[in-house]
Write a protein that binds this ligand. Structure first.
Ligand SMILES: [Zn+2]
Length: 203
């Protein structure tokens, strides 16, 4: 079941992506807006991009249970694991499925609740100053080429809109919460990703 509040898949141009400055959303992303967000502190600089993975049930791809989780509508009768996590209030700005489809769950000008307890360059609470992207995946399962390409194009659009996010300000969840988190995991090919981002930035 598609969570309420989601509009239809309008398709997305994968070559040119832009952030709409009125809505603070990626133009062309399908919206499934989560109530799990907060205001950023006044005049907060956005200067970190955090990559994650998630799949629900764990290791299974293709459903919309991740979106249901982000919208606090997870059906706990569907899988035993869902009972353990249904109380969580979490979200990310974007969710990129295996086929490259991009969902916007929180506008970029708000704090999404993706990082939890975290620290980067001595600054705690990364949610305050970061953008979070969830890739549909698992730590040991290779990501799809569609995901890499779309993620690179999205990254390029984010870097244009938020120039304080430079290549050295792109990290994994495991980098900012190393005691708790392992995502996006060893299956994420950082070298390949950065090559695609650099190519996208040149276009
Ligand atoms: Zn994560």
């Amino acid at each position: 079941m598609r969570p309420k509040g989601c509009d239809g898949y309008a398709g997305l141009s994968y070559c040119m992506m832009e952030i709409d400055l009125k809505t603070h959303c990626l133009a062309g992303a399908t919206r499934c807006l989560s109530p799990n967000f907060s205001d950023r502190p006044p005049k907060q600089l956005i200067n970190l991009l955090v990559l994650h993975n998630i799949s629900l049930p764990p290791g299974e791809f293709g459903g919309e249970d991740v979106l249901a989780l982000f919208c606090n509508r997870l059906d706990i009768g569907k899988h035993p694991f869902f009972k353990e996590i249904a109380h969580l209030r979490v979200s990310s700005h974007l969710f990129i499925q295996r086929n490259g489809k991009v969902w916007q769950c929180v506008p970029f000008d708000k704090c999404a609740w993706h990082a939890g307890e975290s620290i980067f360059a001595g600054q705690p609470d990364c949610n305050r100053y970061s953008i979070g992207i969830e890739l549909e995946g698992a730590d040991t399962v290779p990501y799809t080429q569609q995901q890499y390409q779309v993620l690179a194009n999205v990254t390029c659009a984010i870097m244009h809109c938020y120039p304080d996010i430079t290549l050295d300000k792109i990290v994994g969840h495991s980098d900012i919460s190393p005691a708790r988190k392992t995502d996006p995991g060893p299956s994420f090919d950082w070298e390949h990703y950065f090559l695609l981002v650099k190519a996208a930035l040149k276009r």
